[in-house]
Design a protein around this ligand. Sequence first.
Ligand SMILES: NC(=O)C1=CN([C@@H]2O[C@H](COP(=O)(O)OP(=O)(O)OC[C@H]3O[C@@H](n4cnc5c(N)ncnc54)[C@H](O)[C@@H]3O)[C@@H](O)[C@H]2O)[C@@H](O)CC1
Ligand SMILES: [K+]
Length: 497
Amino acid sequence: MKQRSFYHLITPAAMAAVDRDAARSGIDSFGLMQKAGQAVCAAALRLFPEAVRMAVLCGPGNNGGDGYIAAEALRLSGVDVHVFHLGDPALLKGDASAAFLAYRGKVRPFAEYGPCSGDLVIDALFGAGLGRVLDQPVVEVIERINAASVPVIAVDLPSGLDGLTGQPRPVAMQACHTVTFMARKPGHLLMPGRALCGTVEVFDIGIPGRILDAHRGDVAINTPGIWGGSLPKLTGAAYKFTRGHLTVFSGPMSATGAARLSAMAGLKAGVGLVTLATPTEALCVNSAQTTAVMVKEVDDLPALHEYLKDKRMSAFVLGPGFGVGEKARAFTLALSDRKLVLDADGISSFHEKPEDLFEHFAKNAPTHLVMTPHEGEFTRLFPDLANEPALGKVQKALAAAKRANAIVVYKGADTVIASPDGRAFINENAPPWLATAGSGDVLAGIIGGLLAQGMPAFEAAAAGVYMHGEAALRVGEGLTAEDLAAAVRPLQMETAF
Ligand SMILES: NC(=O)C1=CN([C@@H]2O[C@H](COP(=O)(O)OP(=O)(O)OC[C@H]3O[C@@H](n4cnc5c(N)ncnc54)[C@H](O)[C@@H]3O)[C@@H](O)[C@H]2O)[C@@H](O)CC1
Ligand SMILES: [K+]
């Protein structure tokens, strides 16, 4: 098992603290910068041996220092290197100043750089230390470089990209490759940052793991390496009732497909039994189209209370195709002491009074509510958070999770899974073809299936998102939600007998 820090992301602020502690512990900080700059040089030579000239754009901080080390190493390799400095190089301090002095080539003012065909740009303007929006002249040069489509290798982060939020401030360099050091930052995974980075290489410059561990926060890459130990284990003594019973609520006659997709995905995620709780009006259509999934009429609140008397019903999915309105609200609140995945219409039903939902689930500790909003649904329930430009997706999801006392799966190409206790994962295995009608219904079903098998809510949500991505990768491009549900497989780290 890799050490935990391997999966954790380091925020720019934490990276600055790592840097400080490394220097305090006697590690040669200029040595770290030299390794960083050498790694950038190696990437440039490896990826762009045909470049006619390499333009190294150096900024006023240590990111610029890395640029000078790379420039000197490239110059010594016989490359035609041109360095352009933003500001006055005489103002450089510490290691960056030493790196500047070690560079033996010519340095020109930043404003003189214009992209030419055959250029490779090495972007060492700003990295983790970007502290405010870029000045207009820098914005203009970045826009010119992006428009010229010359290849860019970014040092640490594409300049202008906020390493915490993944947002450009207000624009960022479009890199084809990014060399970062020791660990990725949230901005490397969150959109649009992920797309602005190109491929990301994490280079180990030799900062000890104990220093990184001391500063790593609670945000990690969504990977089985973290939650694999909580996955349901199949034992030789398993039979269907020990593998949980998931209930998925069906919508009316005209909208039953979404719930069936959830139900099938739950079953494929390994749950022992799945029941589709359906209004009587949709009984025929649901019965006609299900085989392994059972069907049971649950028309109204009294019927639901009767149904809930069976405590073997271990988890519930409410929302896919269910319909927005009073029935969804009443059913959801009736399930406040059960494990519940609230998706789609279930979420939207609380648009006008989200506090009704939050109050009913507030006392559960730990929470067993998982909400799976996409952008629009998130905005409906948490408009103030959604519209707060200073917050990145992780901060928004964490604040929402705390407010709702729920695990929040904030969906997208960069799905964030957040817990009220402050932990968050960013998912990265979802292929673009996963964006298709019914894909979210499948996700809700997988998470419900894992909850029903006894996985804790945060881990179930994270594993569900990961399994969803894996299933989509197995099917490949052109997938439909039916293909996706059929491709879901339990993920087992170990099988105990
Ligand atoms: N352990 C580490 O953290 C290491 C860090 N290294 C490099 O050091 C970088 C971080 O260095 P710094 O903290 O000096 O940060 P940066 O070099 O990213 O930028 C900081 C400088 O830019 C200025 N600045 C910030 N935002 C600005 C804006 N919008 N417009 C104009 N000026 C702005 C700041 O006042 C400061 O002078 C990393 O990105 C990485 O490239 C490497 O040398 C290797 C070791
Ligand atoms: K940079």
